[in-house]
Ligand binder design. Sequence first.
Ligand code: KIV
Length: 262
Amino acid sequence: MFASDFLQAKTGRRKLSMVTCYDYTFARLLSQTAIDGLLVGDSAAMVIHGHASTLSASIDLMRLHTEAVARGAGDKLVVADMPFLSFRKGVSAALDAAHALTVAGAHAVKLEGVDGHEDVIQRLTQSGIPVMGHLGLQPQSVNRYGGYKIQGRNGGDAQTILSQAKTLEELGAFAIVLECVPTALADEITAAVRIPTIGIGAGAGCDGQILVIQDLLGMNLDFQPKFVRRFAEVGRMIVDAAGSFDQAVKTGAFPAPGESYR
Ligand code: KIV
């Protein structure tokens, strides 16, 4: 799968599926599915490392996770997030950051927003690095919002997001993640741009959907926002399986003779 296949999917009205992925084991499992793309999200800072926000993700952290995912991803499109501020320190620094992620195995990079770093987006795409945009709720701006809040609910904000989407298309982005915006706005943006929109909390009208893999697997037991559907209860299974192991060890039932060497 290539970034250009994403554009063709929209033309052919084929829905796109993406999930986040942060390590080799998950990448290998996901490579056996028909999922179109793996996002090495900066959400790794929260989901894997337990930080309070994505602001703690660094290029080094993203590079390590990208390398691990790329080793197991097979033919999946691997998109790596450019972490907080890595694309706000000028074109040269942004190119270095994107270069590191590309060498680590990313086929494309994702970066939040557009205002003030149009030059970066254009230079990346002109340099052969496909760029995925990210509009609506931009988690790296959590301190500006004062929390994780739906964006684009009032007319002015909605118009801004719509015009940012058109700008991303003009700058050469190959897709746009739309996070936590009203369905009607996501539908309007999806109709207004030729590049695919990948929604998370943005309704069914987007050209594709993305979820954090731990969320869709039910591994985050105390996190259930409206837009997450649990397709499995893996968190519960892990707790139960580890509990069964503990029991078996403590009662002497594990290991059995057949699980030991002579
Ligand atoms: O980092 C991430 O997980 C993301 C998704 C929520 C789209 O950007």
